[in-house]
Design a protein around this ligand. Structure first.
Ligand code: UDX
Length: 435
């Protein structure tokens, strides 16, 4: 099949590359000429393990192309994917759909013969209807079916998530479009991946409901973690104790500094707006948004409390800045609030992140970005583990002890054990673990 992928951001680039690896001919299109030039020179603009090699392989085998000119690829395409950004609209929390609608208009002018137009971007319920209306308005004779096909890719594990998904969701009532989608995802049939075909609006809602549910799960365990601290319990054991119940499941029950990233914060907010517009209550999601945003700030207070209530003039070393490991993505990362609040309280910040420092340097000021974890903690009054990168899991603790001014560690990801840390001479605190 021939695929045109509009947008070479995270979702477009990963999806386009994986479709090419499935054997389809894929052209990725972006208006940003410097991005396309870079991709044509083998440079990948995002940090995603395995992606560089997969792009190189498929380019080499003539299945993957990058261009700024959409005309030919869209004309020849069996399916055109819209994978452009849907940022939060300034001021009101709604998803900004201007890029999606602009793509729809562009597609309308260029399609030739029956073409499936697929929204892969996360879009509010009813966006598919609007995309269809735009195409019909712009080109009444266009033979297109507009399909919703949400992505469920996790940054850092996106290739595996694309190639071995738990499910594929296809939202359309057009049989011919279902056939095209089934053909595109045919390699997954071997693994018997469930393909859920549903109405378009349901498919659009599935994406938001999935992300919101995961955000609820994380926020729930984070509040339970706070309770554990108050009543002498251990949240990791609570997670295990409840997660082994198949109805609950053990994933996304790790307590931490609050969720961040490009999806959960944006999508929970958008879902809340969708519900409000529809006159339907979503009180759980609303309170999750509030609790999570408070939590990020509370984490700075946790550090301040650990330091005896005062960090004025103290040096705090942050280990990890990205919103999670294996990504350079800093969007909505808890580290942003933590740094800001600690600085307001008079702390000096040193920091190290294996991938996120370039991004972080654009979002934070007066932070000393360091060459490695040991450089970051040099002469610091306390080390704070913010992101659970593997390289922080096995630090040389003797070295850490000699480098820090005093052996104090705040572990916001629970990657060390309290009794072990105290046996090694550390004053140590973590999240939701009284022992
Ligand atoms: C998420 C969804 O998982 C994915 O399906 C969707 O398409 C996009 O959004 P991603 O943002 O890459 O993916 O990150 P994810 O691994 O889900 O983590 C999100 C945030 O939750 C991170 O800040 C992470 O640290 C936090 N988290 C996750 C927890 O605090 N505890 C957990 O148990 C799991």
């Amino acid at each position: 099949m021939r695929v045109a992928m509009i947008g070479t951001g995270y979702v477009g680039l990963v999806s386009g590359t994986c479709f090419a690896d499935f054997g389809h001919i894929v052209t990725c299109i972006d208006k940003d000429a410097s991005k396309i030039d870079a991709l044509n020179n083998g440079q990948i603009p995002i940090y995603e393990p395995g992606l560089q090699d997969l792009v190189a392989k498929n380019v080499e085998e003539n299945r993957l192309f990058f261009t700024t000119d959409p005309a030919q690829a869209i004309k020849e395409a069996d399916a055109v994917f819209i994978a452009v950004g849907t940022p939060t609209r300034r001021g009101d929390g709604h998803a900004d759909l201007s890029y999606v609608y602009a793509a729809a208009e562009e597609i309308a002018g260029l399609v030739d013969g029956f073409t499936v137009v697929v929204t892969k971007s996360t879009v509010p319920v009813g966006t598919g209807d609007e995309v269809e209306a735009i195409i019909q308005r712009t080109r009444p004779d266009a033979d297109v079916a507009v399909v919703s096909n949400p992505e469920f890719l996790r940054e850092g594990a996106a290739i595996n998530d694309f190639k071995r998904p738990d499910r594929v969701v296809v939202g359309t009532e057009n049989d011919q479009a279902v056939e095209v989608m089934q053909e595109l995802y045919r390699p997954l049939y071997l693994n018997e991946t469930p393909i859920i075909v549903t109405k378009r609006r349901t498919s659009e809602l599935i994406k938001y409901a999935a992300n919101a549910f995961l955000a609820v799960k994380i926020t729930f365990i984070n509040e339970i973690a706070d309770l554990c601290e108050k009543v002498g319990a251990n949240v990791q054991e609570v997670s295990r104790g409840i997660g082994l119940d198949n109805r609950i499941g053990s994933k996304f029950l790790h307590a931490g500094p609050g969720y961040g990233g490009s999806c959960f914060p944006k999508d929970t907010l958008a879902l809340s707006k969708i519900a409000a517009d529809a006159g339907s209550d979503l009180k759980i999601v609303d309170s999750v948004i509030e609790v999570n945003s408070d939590r990020k700030k509370k984490m700075a207070q946790k550090v301040i409390d650990f330091m005896g209530g005062d960090v004025q003039g103290k040096t705090v070393a942050l280990l990890g800045l990205a919103f999670k490991p294996n990504t350079d993505d800093m969007r909505e990362a808890p580290s942003i609030d933590i740094v800001q609040k600690l600085q307001e309280a008079g702390a000096l910040i040193r920091a190290y992140d294996p991938a996120g420092m370039e991004e972080a340097s654009r979002m934070m000021s007066d932070v000393l970005f360091c060459d490695g974890p040991y450089h970051a903690i040099e002469n610091a009054d306390v080390a704070v583990i913010v992101t659970e990168w593997d390289q922080f899991r096995a630090l040389d603790l003797d070295r850490v002890k000699t480098l820090l001014k005093a052996p104090k560690i705040v572990d916001l990801r629970n990657i060390y054990k309290a009794d072990y840390m105290s046996s090694r001479g550390f004053e140590y605190t973590s999240v939701g673990r009284s022992y």
